[in-house]
Write a protein that binds this ligand. Structure first.
Ligand SMILES: NC(=O)C1=CN([C@@H]2O[C@H](COP(=O)(O)OP(=O)(O)OC[C@H]3O[C@@H](n4cnc5c(N)ncnc54)[C@H](O)[C@@H]3O)[C@@H](O)[C@H]2O)C=CC1
Ligand SMILES: O=C([O-])CC(=O)C(=O)O
Length: 271
């Protein structure tokens, strides 16, 4: 049975650990890590059947087959190279870190050299399967429009640096329009999905992103339009926020769970 290490035990990590603990995925939850001890305590209280070891990444990779990063873009710099050098596979949720081309190229090279896989789940968006298929031919444009409640955008570097008063936003307001390369740095906890789209499609410098604050919303909305040689598609998802982190959509946690199941299962459905 595949041994899993989960790095980051917040909204997504906790749901993933609970799903493994329930026995439905067919993998073993061997180790977990979080820099906040309380997150580990809270997690362990919710596990009924397993008692994973708490191991820092350097120790974790000595014992597991696959590490799931669900911590932060900053953590990716530590977790991904360490995991791949140890010849373990890695699933990355904080995909925005890969707007750093050097990190993306190095990751590709180390993974190839060590015969490892790097998985980027669809996360909070719908349509990555279609984009992946479409990218076997020419893609002309990829556009993401993300709408969230202003509260979900709190603390983003773009909001802080531009002194944007989120409380003063009373109606639907476009806060950002630009390329994915800038968007994932400006809103690192909000549009990692723009990074997955960029990697699957036409890259960080051609994928367009619009971020809208909308105080009327109770859900996180992501709309994607792709045009290419295949034709065009649009997708729209209205995501229920994760109960413990309004920035994150519940679907992102489900996507990590399903990707892990797909890795473990002999039958793979979808592109
Ligand atoms: N790809 C996608 O579609 C999505 C990606 N995300 C990203 O996934 C990541 C996890 O999301 P959530 O679980 O909602 O976040 P969260 O904030 O609820 O949990 C993150 C946990 O990781 C820990 N952590 C952060 N940096 C760490 C480090 N350097 N070392 C050790 N522990 C660290 C924190 O203490 C926290 O407990 C975030 O980066 C988030 O922006 C979130 C939603 C969708
Ligand atoms: O969960 C979401 O709606 C999207 C998100 O936060 C991200 O991509 O970072």
């Amino acid at each position: 049975m595949l041994k899993i290490g989960v790095f980051g035990c917040g909204a997504i990590g906790t749901e993933l650990c609970k799903a493994i603990d329930s026995g439905h995925i067919g993998v073993e939850l061997y180790a977990v890590y979080d820099r906040h001890e309380q997150s580990l305590i809270d997690l362990k209280e919710q596990l009924k059947n397993t008692d994973p070891k708490v191991l820092e990444i350097v120790e974790m990779v000595k014992h597991v087959d696959l590490v799931v990063e669900c911590a932060s873009q900053q953590a990716v710099y530590e977790v991904v190279p360490t995991t791949l050098h140890a010849k373990c596979d890695v699933m990355v949720i904080s995909v925005g870190a890969f707007a750093d081309k050097k990190l993306l190229d190095t990751t590709f090279d180390i993974a190839k050299e060590n015969g490892c896989k790097v998985y980027f789940p669809s996360g909070a968006i719908v349509g990555l399967d279609g984009l992946t298929s479409a990218s076997a031919a020419s893609i002309y444009s990829v556009t993401l429009t993300t709408q969230k409640h202003p509260r979900s955008l709190e603390g983003a570097p773009y909001i802080v640096q531009n002194n944007i008063d989120l409380d003063s936003i009373k109606g639907k307001t476009v806060l950002f329009e630009g390329m994915a390369s800038e968007a994932v740095k400006a809103f690192p906890a909000n549009v990692n999905v723009a990074a997955s789209l960029s990697i699957a499609g036409i890259g960080f410098d051609k994928t367009k992103v619009k971020i809208v604050a909308n105080p009327a919303l109770t859900r996180n909305i992501h709309e994607i339009t792709v045009e290419g040689e295949f034709g065009m598609f649009t997708t729209r998802v209205e995501n229920v926020p994760a109960p413990t982190n309004p920035k994150t959509s519940y679907l992102a946690a489900l996507s990590a769970i399903s990707t892990l199941k797909k890795i473990a299962d002999p039958i793979k459905v979808g592109t």
